[in-house]
Design a protein around this ligand. Structure first.
Ligand code: NDP
Length: 397
């Protein structure tokens, strides 16, 4: 059906490559390119059958990207490198006339601040070029936004309260590790909290609002309101929302480590001089922390991510909870990576499939909730992320 250029050979890239390789009718040719080619080669060797071609690319360099795209001529570029590369890869897609998909919104390297404005600014250029850009097609953002679109389409006339709840009930056995790229993860969870209420953003201190929430098959976990990128597009696309929040669970050990890391300056993105060389503390920290892609081996427990929604159907108030639970061990047995990489990589593969099948294909830049959720939801059940629905239950929120 189509050719894919996959950029980024980390934990998420590993899962996307595995999943695409298993669907030769959809993904006829796959080129995995990243900064370090040996990592692409290792993934390709593990998958076998010559399903994955590999290449070296520096995605910070647009001419290099353009040359690679022109040589391979993919139908879509799937970006699972880092958010810093989003705009460069979008520029290269525009220059070569190829569709684009990512899982995380653009973030400038020198400012720990992510927002969609930079990528939404590409709307006219993608539209005029007749090209599709699909933004935020991981789990959150991604599946959480599609769950919301599905709820609006099938279960509500209007949604009023949305709480996205993200629990990692797993144990990787390490004193401290992050589940995806440490630099991006620490930047995300140490920033101020923010949620939407009564048509405005309310800012909180980091981790200021918290309470225990019960997660299916996991139980009660302390959950914290943090800012998460899908809130920005969801409140824009669903203006009936009176409140929208994102909750994530953190263990006390994790938060204590995080506080120490911040207090001693290791989370800083400001460059410092060390022995005559400029280094960025958080990048140095990344180099000494466990690689998230290697956490899978002894990772027990599961993740549970979903949307808890309150709204109105036929004039009657109702609640709805849609979620997926993913066991780290199952993810590891299938792809050699832990659940967080798995829950991100599977939706990225499905998004690319939606594009190649012509189901999610329209000119412009779109967040995933702007497409038909039904065929995507169907594929989640088939490819390892089954979802469950609860109606009129106590949402605890
Ligand atoms: P990793 O750090 O494990 O992998 C990132 C990969 O990108 C590495 O292989 C890295 O190369 C490569 N890379 C970095 N910079 C460049 C560059 N300039 N040119 C080419 N390749 C580059 O991260 P993850 O796999 O954990 O995460 C990947 C993406 O997924 C991130 O953007 C993250 O924010 C997003 N994500 C989204 C989630 C969601 O639910 N929506 C959840 C989790 C993650 P090298 O190996 O040389 O360092």
């Amino acid at each position: 059906m189509g050719k894919v250029l996959l950029i980024g050979a980390g934990g998420v890239g590993t899962v996307v490559a595995h999943k695409m390789a298993g669907l030769p009718d959809v993904f006829t040719e796959i080129l995995l390119a990243s900064r370090t080619k040996s990592k692409c080669d290792a993934i390709a060797a593990k998958i076998g059958n010559n399903r994955i071609q590999t290449a070296q690319v520096d995605a910070d360099n647009v001419p290099e990207l353009v040359a690679l795209i022109k040589k391979f001529r993919p139908d879509i570029v799937v970006n699972v490198a880092l958010p810093y590369q989003d705009l460069n890869i979008m520029d290269a897609c525009l220059e070569t006339g190829v569709a684009y998909l990512d899982t995380a919104n653009y973030e400038p390297l020198d400012e720990a601040k992510y927002q969609y404005s930079w990528q939404w600014a590409y709307q006219d250029r993608f539209k005029e070029a007749g090209l599709t850009a699909i933004l935020g097609c991981g789990f959150d953002p991604g599946v959480t936004s599609i769950y919301t679109a599905y709820a609006v389409k099938h279960h509500f006339d209007e949604i009023h309260y949305l709480d996205i709840v993200d629990c990692n009930g797993g144990d990787h056995g390490k004193a401290f590790a992050t589940n995806f790229n440490p630099e991006i993860n620490i930047r995300e969870v140490t920033q101020k909290g923010k949620y939407w209420e009564n048509n405005q953003w309310i800012e909180t201190e980091p981790h200021e609002i918290h309470k225990p929430l019960n997660y299916p098959s996991i139980g009660a976990k302390e959950s914290y309101v943090i800012y998460h990128e899908e809130l920005e597009s969801l409140v824009k696309n669903y203006p009936t929302l009176k409140r929208a929040r994102f909750w994530m669970t953190f263990g006390q050990e994790y938060l204590t480590h995080l506080r120490v890391i911040q207090n001693i300056g290791m989370a800083s993105i400001e460059p410092i001089m060390y022995e005559g060389k400029e280094i960025v503390p958080i990048q140095f920290l990344k180099a000494v922390l466990p690689n998230p892609g290697d956490l899978g081996d002894n990772y027990t427990g599961e993740t549970s991510i979903g949307c808890r929604i309150k709204g109105v159907k036929d004039g009657i108030e109702k609640t709805y909870y849609v979620y997926n639970n993913c066991k780290h061990q199952d993810a590891f047995n299938e792809t050699g990576t832990q659940g967080v990489s798995y829950t991100t990589g599977v939706p990225a593969m499905i998004g690319a499939m939606m594009y190649l099948k012509g189901i999610w294909k329209k000119p412009g830049v779109f967040n995933v909730e702007e497409f038909n959720p039904d065929p995507f939801m169907e594929q989640l059940n088939i490819h390892g992320l089954p979802w469950h629905e609860l109606h009129n239950v106590d949402l605890e929120l």
